[in-house]
Every structure is written in C-alpha cells, then in structure tokens.
Design a protein around this ligand. Structure first.
Ligand code: ASP
Ligand code: MG
Length: 475
C-alpha cells in the first residue's frame, strides 16, 4: 500500500442503530462520504439493529426442529432488507441489489437448514451464518454510495481479518491481518474507492469463518485502524460519547470530552455500553486516537480517547452492573490454606472461560470471594465445584456460598492515585445513603475502585458517588 493512499486515513465504524433504517444509512453514508472527500476513509458497518439477535434466534429455532419459527424469521430478515433497499435506492439501481439480498438470505437459509437437519448448532456454522447480517448492511451502504456516484465497494472481513479458531469470540492475528488488510483494501484506496467492510467477522488463516464476540464491530474497526496505520478511528453510535454515568440513572451525567485508553477500557469492562471492551488494545502501541460520536447528532463534539492526558483529575466516571453474583469460598480445615484454595479455584475458573470481575480476601478467615457476571454464574460454579468436589465432599471446604442480590459499582479515573482520602470520601457518600458495602477491590493501577453493594442500593450508590466526586462538572 502506498504512503499516499493511507496518509491521514480514518476508519469510521457505524453501529446497528446508525445502520437501522434507510434514513439512518443515508445519514451514515453522508458522514463517510463527506470525510472521504478530504482524506482516505475505510468504513466498518454493524448489521442493522436487532438483526444479529434475529439470526441467532433463527438458528435456535432450527436447532430445536421448529421449521415454522425458522422460516418466519427468515421472511422477516428478507423483508427488512428488501424494504430498506427499496426505500434507499432509486428504481434503476434496485434490481441488482435485491438479487444480492436474496442471495445472502439464501446462503443463511442453507446454513439454517443444515442446523435443522443436524439438530445442533456447530459454533463455526453459527459464525458463518451470523456474519450475513453485516454482509447485508455492507451491501446496502456500498450500493447507496454507488447510487450517489460515490465509488464504494462492500468487502467481507473474512477476506481481511485473520483470527484464531475460537469461534464466537475469536482474537485477531495482527501480523497476518496487516498483510491481508493491505492486500485487500490497498488497491481499492489507491483507486479512490471507499471500502465498506463488514464488522464482527473474520476467518482463520485456513479460511474458516469466525466472529469476534457480540458487539465486536468496534473491535473490527480498531483492528483495521491498527493494521492500516490509520490516523484516527471514529466510532459512530447513538449516544453523544462517553458519559460520566448512565444518564438513565443519573440525570446530571455529562459527556466527557477527553478520556484515556485506560479509562475507556476500564469503563467498558465495568459495564459501560459505549465501546466493546477489547476495542482499545490494538491501538495502544500505535497511539491512534479514537472519537466516540453520535451519528444522530454529528455536530456534537463527542469524546476523544487518547493514550494519555497531561493533568489527570481523579474520578471521572462511574459505571454499574446489576446482573452479577458474588461467590464465597472458605476452607473448613487447617490442612487447606486460603491460598491453596484460591489457586485451585482460579485455575478452574480460568479453564472455564468465566471472567472474574473483582476479588477480595480475608487473611484471618482464609476466605475469599469473587464476582462474576450473572450469565456466567452457572459456568463458574460448575468449574469451581467440580475442581473441589473431593474437598467439598469431605468437608475440607465449606459449601460454596452464592449471593445474587448484589451489584457492582466502578469508579474510574486516572490520577486517583495520590489523591488522599478518595476512597474514604466515596465510601462515606455510599454509606450516607444507607447502602451496605459488601466488598471493595482496588486494582494496583489505582485507576478503578470497584465496590460490591447490595443490589437494591446500587442506583442510589451510583448517584451518590457521581455527586460526591463532582462528575457532572462544575455546579
Ligand atoms: N452485529 C453484531 C452484534 O450485534 C456486532 C456489532 O453490532 O458490533 O453483536
Ligand atoms: Mg455496539
């Protein structure tokens, strides 16, 4: 790829709501065409809103032998995209695109039929099938741009992003992706053609279809930005940027103008919905800045995510997760130390793939507890209980305790380190509301303070912390 074709290159990613209707596709296309007049642009698109859920649901119907449910979903899929196409494109441009839509829908039906016949959903077939959502939206976006005489081409990321073979949650192989991205997208950019690349999907080096996990189109965009040495990555969604709190819980929440990679990543991992948690990692070594912007209000400045900010100012934002569970373990015999127990439990958890969100321990009782997502609780328990089955049976370990009536609060901000009394102020604010703090975990980076509280006090605690730390800005 030549220097000229990628100097100043910007990768622009549009989420499901930004692709959700003919009007939204028009608006998103105008945003990338406007920028592409000034510098090279690569666009990454999500499936139209709710389409991925629909595709997954269809495969579940197929697996369960419910052919009617499967066919009715496929009809909805075809209709949604055909209608959008008819609304989006002038009559003379429609025929070929409608045929393209039908072909992709047939491809999906073929895979769903296979699932129906087998009575099971092999992970790799699922990945191949769900990518159809993004292929449909890329087709619509590229066709619309072409109909406006703007050179554009839909590109299947299967030809661009190379991943490992962890179907459903694959990780990119960056060296191979770099080569493939240059080979697939370089020639288009050199000819002044805007590539509209499918988000969410990729393929293994030997060509098997993979996906990057739910919400993975953000990650696709950052993988491409890093592979193409982009100058910037813009993530277009339906919110104004990264907020100091969820505005549904905190009416005074505000958009942050500048946050660091580390802050944005902590917020994403702790439940903020604005970015897929893995998005920032590929950008760190190349220091590529990211803009989080609202395609419904593009005139708003949005949030800029940068490697570092000169004078970090303590707590910036608070997030929360309501659907979590606290699991407690305690040895019941002096033969088994807490450390040994922890080692065994975490080895099992790591092998299960369940993620530990927070962890605290007590040296006196040798007990410890950890927090997992509600939807990974069964997986985590199964892993821990089977690894410790003998100890549990013989009473060396007390029965595992689970508390699902808890919530997680995370306060995030560079520069909390060194601010004496910060944690104290936060706890005082939470307890002033009468909310019971169950556990506390502060990472050694001091970037995040995580607090586990009783579930019914979670919202109150979020508002109290937001207020106490002045996150809404100067009064
Ligand atoms: N369409 C995929 C999903 O819904 C990927 C994405 O939207 O980022 O998970
Ligand atoms: Mg998303």
């Amino acid at each position: 790829m030549t220097e000229a074709s990628r100097s100043g290159l910007v990768v622009m990613k549009f989420g499901g709501t930004s692709m959700g209707s003919a009007d939204r596709i028009r608006a998103s296309a105008a945003l990338c065409a406007g920028e592409a007049g000034k510098r090279p642009v690569v666009t990454v698109v999500s499936a139209m809103s709710k389409v991925t859920d629909l595709l997954l649901d269809t495969l579940r119907h197929a697996e369960g032998g419910d052919r009617d449910g499967m066919e009715s979903n496929i009809a909805t899929l075809a209709q949604r995209h055909r209608e959008t196409c008819e609304e989006l494109l002038p009559e003379n441009a429609r025929e070929a695109v409608l045929a393209g839509i039908d072909e992709l829908v047939s491809e999906f039906r073929r895979i769903a039929n296979g699932v129906h016949m087998l009575g099971e959903r092999p992970a790799r077939s699922v990945d191949e099938a769900v990518a159809i959502g993004e292929r449909l939206s890329a087709l619509l976006m590229a066709s619309y741009l072409q109909s406006r005489d703007f050179p554009a081409a839909a590109v299947n990321a299967r030809e661009v992003i190379v991943t490992d073979a962890v179907f459903g949650n694959a990780t990119p192989l960056m060296g191979l992706t770099r080569e493939k991205a240059a080979a697939a997208l370089g020639p288009l950019l050199e000819k002044g053609i805007l590539p509209v690349v499918t988000g969410f999907n990729g393929a293994t080096a030997d060509g098997r279809a993979t996906t990057l996990g739910r919400g993975g189109s953000d990650f696709s965009a950052s993988i491409l930005a890093a592979s193409l040495d982009a100058a910037e990555l813009w993530i277009w969604s339906d919110v104004d940027g990264i907020l100091s709190a969820d505005p549904r819980l905190v009416p005074g929440a505000r958009v942050l103008d500048l946050v660091t990679y580390a802050e944005a990543a902590e917020l994403a991992y702790n439940g903020a919905k604005v970015l897929h948690p893995r998005t920032l990692a590929p950008l760190v070594s190349r220091r590529i800045p990211v803009w989080s912007k609202n395609s419904f209000a593009p005139e708003k400045p949005g949030t800029k995510i940068v490697p570092a900010i000169p004078d970090p100012i303590g707590p910036r934002a608070v997030t929360s997760m309501a659907n979590v569970a606290l699991v407690s373990l305690e040895p019941a015999s002096p033969e088994l130390t807490g450390t040994k127990l922890m080692g065994r439990a975490f080895e099992a958890l790591a092998a299960s793939g369940a993620e530990v969100l927070a962890l605290t321990s007590s040296s006196y009782r040798q007990s410890f507890c950890f927090l997992v997502r509600g939807d990974e609780l069964a997986l985590a328990l199964q892993a821990v209980e089977s690894a410790l089955s003998l100890e549990l049976a013989h009473g060396y370990v007390k029965p595992v305790e689970v508390d699902t009536e808890v919530g997680l609060l995370a306060i995030v901000g560079e520069g909390m380190r060194g601010v004496t009394g910060m944690a104290g102020r936060i706890f005082t604010a939470v307890s002033r509301e009468g909310v019971n703090v169950i556990a506390i975990a502060q990472g050694s980076s001091e970037l995040t303070i995580a607090i586990v509280v009783r579930r019914e006090g979670l919202e109150k605690a979020v508002r109290a912390v937001h207020e106490e730390c002045g996150m809404g800005g100067p009064p």
